[in-house]
Design a protein around this ligand. Sequence first.
Ligand SMILES: NC(=O)c1ccc[n+]([C@@H]2O[C@H](COP(=O)([O-])OP(=O)(O)OC[C@H]3O[C@@H](n4cnc5c(N)ncnc54)[C@H](OP(=O)(O)O)[C@@H]3O)[C@@H](O)[C@H]2O)c1
Length: 323
Amino acid sequence: MNQDTQSIYPYPIAQHLRSHSQLIYGCMGLGGGWNENPIAKADIKQAQAVIETCLEHNINIFDHADIYTFGKAEQVFGEVLKQMPSLREQMSIQSKCGIRFADECGVKRYDFSATWINHSVDQILSRLHIEQLDVLMLHRPDPLADMEELVKTLSALHQSGKVKYIGMSNMHVSQLKYFQSLLPLPIICNQIELSLGSLGAINDSIEPSHHYDGLFEYSQTQNIQIQAWGALFQGQFTKEITDDTPMNVRHTASLINDLAQKYSVSKEAIVLAFLTRLPVAIQPIIGTTNLERITHCAQVNKCLLSHTDWYALLESARNHDVP
Ligand SMILES: NC(=O)c1ccc[n+]([C@@H]2O[C@H](COP(=O)([O-])OP(=O)(O)OC[C@H]3O[C@@H](n4cnc5c(N)ncnc54)[C@H](OP(=O)(O)O)[C@@H]3O)[C@@H](O)[C@H]2O)c1
């Protein structure tokens, strides 16, 4: 973390990720799209430009999943690492497994069997051209998981050195607690959808009633880093307003514009600062492939929203005041 970040953020980031950045780069947009085209030189060039821009701005955690652009996101990333091996030591790489697309064996499904997870991890390491994943995450909870087999598989992957840490994704508090009670390794992070446009976990911390009730508190006491996917809400608050833009999004976009001027940062920084202002020290994952936007996102490190401005954003995005 750079000097600016240290001076602005009083909150601790989970121990294991403390030496890394406040923002995470989400690699789902790399690899040339969700199609069967083989990767092209331009896709590798794009990945290199994105990686270099992120590292220039101290964004040094890269988020993958075995499924992103059907494996091509990891493939182009791996090609960059093969050409520039010294980059590896400057970053933390995480990936996810457990989702299987429809194939000759069946419909789209989640699969936490030892066979599938071991196969996925070997493929991930091979595509990325690395020996060890910093974090392996289970992408989405599988209600049919054989927990004994799963725990053995994850432990063995850790012991073999293929995986340094274990993380979760899209897990509720009760699922995290259950996993942690069985797994002899710490769960170091959990990725959830969270942004100004997807307020579930924040709304649940105000009016407990849904599945994220207590997530922030549990994560804090257990040192589980929360990572927010969809953090830019696909640019809906920062891109051009059209006739189709809903009124509350227009209002929030206008507020974001005012705040960007007030804090002398980009609009993207305000959208992300809404998340980083939470004491639970959320790490937003940014999925933009636009280099200028990555630079704009990095300005979040210069912005600590006031208590009142945070609530103004919340009220606007919720489209009504807090109870
Ligand atoms: N764990 C999970 O289940 C899960 C699920 C989904 C995603 N993720 C992770 O989270 C990362 C981010 O997710 P995400 O990509 O859905 O969310 P995001 O960062 O909110 O959105 C990125 C998308 O929004 C577009 N965008 C952003 N600002 C824009 C603007 N001002 N104007 C026009 N377009 C704009 C980007 O296009 P440009 O590239 O043109 O900027 C990109 O397509 C992914 O890469 C992945 O690593 C995890």
